[in-house]
Design a binder for this molecule. Structure first.
Ligand code: PLP
Length: 391
């Protein structure tokens, strides 16, 4: 049995996870669990999912060994190149799976919430491909900050709904999408963008992302003559690219390390609490109010984390570190200059960790696989502004 197997029937990974939703959504969660379980063991569904990811999204993504970067650090560094997948990140793996499930359930409409806009764009892409109506909920503040992604979603045929309640950012957009799902569950699937939410989402999204780790394990064994990397490192927002990577290596000797932003370190500084449908580590104040996360990377700007990561941390199978904004900006520039690969700010956290720890907790000569969850084009403008301010 794998350490990252299926959760319990109530969706628990150890004590974490579960299905904390209003009564009215329980049937929808049960339906989704049933449809997903059947689909995932149906070779026809899996073939279609894999065919689309191959012919449309460009999988398998390569593993690139970094020569100059490795020489600089004294450790052998490899990138799993999710930045080369269609739409520029790993998010496509999950949304293709959920869009196919939407059709399998006989539903014609898909809704999503988005903060930075990346999951919204990915969902709108999958909806366009499969002919589904798509509505994306987004906080009013995020809409103003992410005008380009809002326009992309509209080009792809989605409608974008401005959420004006609360802090007018991601967590309010999630609440609104949940409410909308309750109201339209007969025709509508709610596409969650990470390993978060009520059961079966954390499990289902991890399974749709395991293609990263499954491919990378085969690729690394080939490169390392049957061996696996000493370290496997990925950034953690909600935790889907990390979970999809870790599941490929969890039953090997590789050390698994998730890297959180210093200002959104739910595993490192949160305590267990329930938010958006499941129990996991969560940034909260003394009276249990959810705290705002702050990160230069909008994709990691979330106070919670997927429950399976809380579980992996609790049993010690994965460890979780943090990276500071300033180290992340440095790492982004170093990788760009040494390798000609501009990372998104999110995976730049994982890169920053490896730069900091090489020759310290990561011994010289080690092999390290980093999941390059996305490309940096989307962040170029904000990076230019931050560097302008700092230099
Ligand atoms: C959304 C996003 C993330 C964070 O999401 P996870 O669920 O933690 O993977 C990380 N990297 C990129 C490029 C993203 O777009």
């Amino acid at each position: 049995m794998s350490i990252m197997g299926a959760p319990s029937s109530s969706g628990r990974f150890g004590e974490f996870g579960g299905r904390f939703v209003p009564e009215s959504l329980i049937p929808a969660c049960f339906e989704l669990e049933k449809v997903f379980t059947e689909a995932w063991s149906d070779p026809e569904f899996k073939n279609e999912y894999q065919r689309i990811l191959r012919d449309y999204a460009g999988r398998p993504t390569p593993v690139t060994e970094l020569q100059r970067f490795s020489d600089w650090l004294g450790v052998r560094v490899f990138l799993k190149r999710e930045d080369l997948a269609h739409t520029g990140s790993h998010k496509i793996n999950n949304v293709i799976g959920q869009a196919l499930l939407t059709k399998r359930m006989g539903k014609s409409r898909i809704i999503a919430e988005t903060g930075a806009g990346q999951h919204g764009v990915a969902t709108a892409t999958a909806a366009a491909l499969l002919g589904l109506e798509c509505v994306v909920y987004m906080g009013e503040i995020d809409i103003a900050r992410q005008a380009l992604n809002v326009f992309r979603m509209k080009l792809l045929g989605a409608s974008v709904v401005s959420v004006t309640s609360g802090s007018r950012t991601l967590k309010d957009a999630i609440n609104e999408a949940m409410r909308e799902w309750v109201a339209s569950v007969d025709t509508t699937h709610y596409c969650i963008g990470s390993v978060m939410g009520p059961h079966p989402y954390p499990y289902m999204v991890r399974e749709f992302q395991r293609i990263i780790g499954d491919e990378a394990l085969v690729q690394m064994r080939q490169i390392l003559d049957g061996d696996v990397p000493d370290y496997v490192v990925a950034c953690v927002g909600g935790g889907s690219n990390a979970a999809g990577t870790f599941v490929g290596f969890v039953d090997t000797r590789s050390k698994l390390i998730g890297v959180e932003p210093e200002g959104g370190a739910a595993i490192n500084r949160g305590i267990p609490g329930v938010v958006h449908g499941s129990l996991s580590n969560l940034l909260q104040d003394d009276v249990g109010q959810v705290q705002e996360a702050h990160s230069i990377s909008a994709g990691l700007d979330y106070p919670g984390v997927g429950p399976e990561h809380s579980y992996l941390a609790s049993i010690g199978r994965a460890s979780y570190a943090t990276a500071h904004d300033s180290e992340v900006l440095e790492a982004l520039q170093s990788l760009s200059r040494l390798e000609g690969i501009i990372p998104a700010l999110e995976p730049a956290h994982a890169i920053a960790y490896v730069i900091r720890e090489a020759g310290k907790t990561i011994p010289l000569g080690s092999s390290v696989l980093i999941t390059m969850s996305g490309r940096g084009d989307k962040d170029a403008e904000s990076v230019a502004m931050m560097l302008g301010e700092n230099n």
